[in-house]
Design a protein around this ligand. Structure first.
Ligand SMILES: [Zn+2]
Length: 135
């Protein structure tokens, strides 16, 4: 009786103990890897180059529309339009609308926006003058 109890107790402890230990370790490792992966993704998302790149793109577009003659507010709207969609932004102001009407590329249907796809912000003065004359 005494040995039977001991065997049972030992076996139970070994079986449940070792399996759950292994499982726990494995789960901990998976969890750890999962956390590490999540942290890696979060870090990559928050990473400077991407954010900075997006900011630079926005800045370039903003400058592009300023060069084209839009006011600050409308130039910013247009830059957001390129990033998030022209149907999501405010209409151009009354002052800028006539100018926007001259932009080369039509915006989304029903939108009062037209866009500039030329990289005006990268033109030198001469190219810019030619571009402005052409539009
Ligand atoms: Zn404006």
């Amino acid at each position: 009786v005494a040995s039977g109890v001991r065997t049972t107790r030992v076996r139970r402890r070994t079986t449940t103990g070792s399996v759950s230990m292994r499982t726990a370790t494995r789960r901990a490792k998976i969890h750890e890897a999962d956390l590490a992966e999540k942290a890696r993704i979060a870090k990559a998302k928050a990473n400077e180059p991407e954010t900075l790149g997006q900011a630079r793109t926005w800045d370039r577009k903003y400058v592009r529309y300023q060069l084209a003659g839009l006011c600050d507010v409308c130039a910013a709207q247009a830059a957001y339009g390129h990033a998030e969609g022209f149907q999501k932004i405010h209409d151009p102001c009354a002052v800028c609308q006539p100018l926007v009407n001259l932009f080369p590329t039509a915006g989304p249907k029903g939108s009062k926006w037209r866009k500039i796809l030329d990289k005006v912000e990268r033109f030198d003065e001469e190219q810019l003058a030619v571009w402005i004359d052409a539009h």
